[in-house]
Design a protein around this ligand. Structure first.
Ligand SMILES: Cc1cc2nc3c(=O)[nH]c(=O)nc-3n(C[C@H](O)[C@H](O)[C@H](O)COP(=O)(O)O)c2cc1C
Length: 206
């Protein structure tokens, strides 16, 4: 089949938009930020990825708004303070990761609301999720304003430079990150997720 998304995302026989089911698996950026008032926000973003390694840059996309009006806290906070932390979501923290997507009132600390212990960061103010096996401390490099949605909602891409990397020593085996110990979770379409605990190797031709 072929269709133009401008005509709608569910032409028969599709019952749901296939869009996010076809860009899979998407890594999850579990992003902690802090407001100027010191309120911690934590939320998962599957529009997340690393975009370069020199300098190390990562991006996440807080699209749409906050139920109380205005931008999502993960955007508002990073615009105000210029800092965020990427926490790696693994199999062990999958339930808390999902719970942290709840839209809660602006004044609530989402790290403790989700029952997660926080660890201080080395170089930035937002704290880290203690239970995550790896963290990137990031400083804001750029917020890219993307085209608005058909409903008028704002879409944004936050790009940050990684200024500090924490790794749980227990996931390092023979000097490499062991994927079977890391067990990252990734987003598929619908309500589906994948967990990565196996890998295969292919060498480049040159
Ligand atoms: C696995 C997962 C991935 C998500 N990915 C995104 C995303 O890429 N962009 C987005 O705007 N919201 C995404 N959400 C929803 C946000 O996590 C949710 O809106 C969250 O409360 C962010 O709002 P806040 O920054 O105001 O806390 C995702 C939710 C889940 C469970």
């Amino acid at each position: 089949m072929f269709f133009d998304p401008a005509d709608g995302m569910r032409p028969p026989p599709l019952k749901h938009s296939p869009y996010k089911s076809l860009v899979v698996p998407r890594p999850i950026g579990w992003i902690s930020t802090i407001s100027t008032d010191g309120v911690v926000n934590l939320a998962p973003f599957s529009y997340f990825n690393a975009v370069s390694d020199d300098p190390p840059l990562v991006m996440y996309c807080p699209n749409g708004g906050h139920p109380e009006g205005g931008k999502k806290d993960s955007l508002k906070n990073v615009e105000e303070t210029g800092e965020f932390v990427f926490n790696l979501a693994s199999w062990e923290t999958r339930e808390q990761m999902n719970a942290s997507s709840e839209h809660v009132a602006r004044g609530i600390d989402e790290m403790s609301h989700t029952g997660l212990a926080a660890l201080p960061s080395e170089k930035v103010r937002p704290p880290r999720v203690a239970a995550a096996p790896a963290h990137f401390e990031c400083v804001l490099q750029q917020v890219v304003t993307l085209p608005k949605g058909r409903g008028g909602q704002g879409n944004y891409m936050v790009i940050g430079q990684v200024v500090g990397i924490h790794i749980d020593d227990g996931i390092i085996v023979d000097g490499r990150i062991d994927i079977g110990r890391l067990r990252p979770v990734a987003r598929l379409g619908y309500f589906d997720y994948a967990v990565v605990d196996e890998a295969f190797e292919m060498r480049r031709p040159d």
